[in-house]
Design a protein around this ligand. Structure first.
Ligand code: GRF
Length: 197
């Protein structure tokens, strides 16, 4: 990396509200990153529209068109090569990634997860937090390593779990924090790289 402006690839599968938070952050000329490309594994993902509205290049790498995980990941790797990318931001990208993909990008790929990692890795985090009667939850931006939801933590935001919370109300409150946490994490990485350059 080692430059003033980080070029991001944002990988999505769905609505892309975290992508939107990054688009909005990058609209500020003082923000040390810009989005080079948005890649979705789902052709109809709403996040693609958000990107197009913002004038950002989009690519679809549809996992259904590949005969296995490795060839899909190779498709992603090839697509990334066609763009200038310093850092991959996984933002609701719902495919498990193997070392074939993670290896070449380790140390240059981050993810956002809706729990206070290392607690509640995987899916259905809010349901599990509520079932366990926790009084706190939140979100985590972390480096991606081959083991799922396990890399070093960059930013965490906490929210209280309220007495009447449902998985939906808790998800909504945490999502607001995600939208703060993701741009914050990108800024932290960009500033660290700048100061070490
Ligand atoms: C977010 O809750 C994120 O933490 C999780 O998937 C969801 C994606 O939401 N990994 P969006 O597509 O960014 O709106």
């Amino acid at each position: 990396m080692g430059k003033d402006i980080l070029n991001l690839a944002v990988l999505i599968s769905g609505r892309g509200s975290n992508l939107q938070a990054l688009i909005d952050a990058c609209a500020d000329e003082d923000f040390p990153a810009r989005i080079s490309v948005v890649i979705s594994n789902k052709p109809g993902a709403y996040g693609l529209e958000r990107a197009q509205k913002a004038g950002i290049k989009t690519e679809v790498v549809d996992h259904k068109r590949f005969d296995g995980r490795e060839s899909f990941e190779q498709g992603l790797l090839d697509t990334l090569k066609a763009h200038e990318v310093d850092l991959i931001c996984l933002a609701g990208f719902m495919r498990i990634l193997t070392p074939h993909f993670v290896g070449p990008w380790e140390g240059r790929m981050i993810n956002i997860h809706p729990s206070l990692l290392p607690d509640y890795k995987g899916t259905h985090t809010h349901e599990r937090v509520l079932a366990d009667g926790k009084n706190e939850s939140g979100c985590t931006v972390h480096w991606v390593v081959p083991e799922m939801d396990s890399g070093p933590i960059i930013v965490q935001k906490r929210v209280d779990v309220l007495k009447d919370d449902t998985p939906e109300t808790l998800a909504e409150r945490i999502l607001k924090q995600e939208h703060i946490a993701y741009p914050e994490a990108v800024r932290i990485i960009a500033e660290k790289l700048k100061s070490s350059a």
